[in-house]
Design a protein around this ligand. Structure first.
Ligand code: ATP
Ligand code: MG
Length: 286
């Protein structure tokens, strides 16, 4: 029988949808019924396990799953012998210490002797030790943000993205301990066949990631400015130039990076570019 690569993704929660979307964008289809624990991809040698995110590193270390998608925060907290093979660009958040709004907070030394509630006791104790702060850790398994309000702790250490949960609970962010995003993790001793399938999958993921960072651009340009316009547009190799039916004009096609997008558009307009169209790219193979 042909070998399959086993991937563990979050069953439900913040990473579930984006993990499934990423696989679908890689052209990998599978059914994901609500109560399913397992699914087989139809057109790729992949078997998908739906698990709680906290359990994924252990399963990958043990080889029950070959690879997995989890937050870097979970990778750091569980401290398993696995390797991170790709950053995935979603599930971005930070692990922060927050204190009550009314507390005067000037720096880490204000945490000396305080009680801090968290579900991230490994990362937090490592951080406090490194900074030589003696604080009392209260490990709880959820609803950390209410701990100061009910008198369980003086501060918390939890994941933050917008900060609205902190705000609603009368807290303010005091220190960022780590920044996190979803990553692909892998077992350290993958077999040869599994490794080859992983390579294939990573190739597709990189094409999807590249495409997200880039846009396809088409514009009309007066021929006299073509040279200047081509200098502004780097493209993958160089821009494509096609003559327009109207004399003296050309159509220019190229690829633009999202980061310097607006700056380039302004420069193009200044050189007489017209009818600029910008379209998303689905896949990009370099
Ligand atoms: P599970 O039931 O799988 O254990 P969970 O409740 O522990 O789920 P979620 O809240 O769904 O986990 O978060 C999963 C991951 O999403 C986090 O570990 C983190 O990497 C990422 N994440 C991104 N933004 C946030 C945020 N604002 N709060 C919490 N997690 C976030
Ligand atoms: Mg969890």
């Amino acid at each position: 029988m042909k070998q399959k690569l086993k991937i563990a993704i979050q069953k439900s929660g913040r990473l579930n949808e984006d993990s499934i979307r990423l696989l679908k964008e890689c052209g990998i289809g599978f059914s994901n019924g609500l109560n399913k624990l397992k699914a087989e991809a139809q057109n790729f040698p992949l078997e998908v396990f739906f698990l709680r995110d906290d359990d994924i590193p252990q399963y990958v270390e043990d080889g029950v799953a070959d690879i997995g998608i989890v937050g870097e925060n979970i990778v750091a907290e569980t401290d398993k012998k696995i390797k991170v093979v790709e950053r995935l660009g979603f599930g971005k958040c930070r692990l922060s210490i927050a204190v009550p709004k009314g507390m005067k907070y000037k720096g880490l030394s204000d945490l000396e002797g305080k009680r801090i509630a968290t579900t991230y006791s490994i990362i937090l104790s490592r951080f406090l030790k490194k900074n030589k702060i003696n604080a009392e850790l209260h490990e709880i398994s959820g609803s950390v943000e209410i701990a100061p309000g009910i008198g369980l702790a003086d501060a918390i250490c939890d994941l933050v993205s917008s900060g609205s949960t902190l705000f609603m609970n009368g807290l303010k962010e005091a220190e960022v301990i780590m920044r996190s995003e979803a990553v692909m993790v892998a077992n350290k001793n993958l077999g040869k066949e599994q490794d080859a399938i992983l390579e294939k999958l990573l190739f597709r993921i990189q094409a999807v990631k590249q495409a997200k960072n880039n846009k396809y651009i088409l514009l009309n340009a007066p021929n006299k400015n073509l040279e200047a316009i081509c200098k502004i547009l780097p493209g993958m190799k160089s821009p494509t130039i096609l003559p327009l039916a109207e004399k003296g004009w050309s159509s220019v096609h190229s690829v633009l990076n999202e980061d310097d997008f607006w700056e380039i558009i302004e420069k193009l307009k200044a050189k007489g570019a017209q009818g600029i169209l910008v379209v998303p790219i689905e896949k990009m193979i370099l």
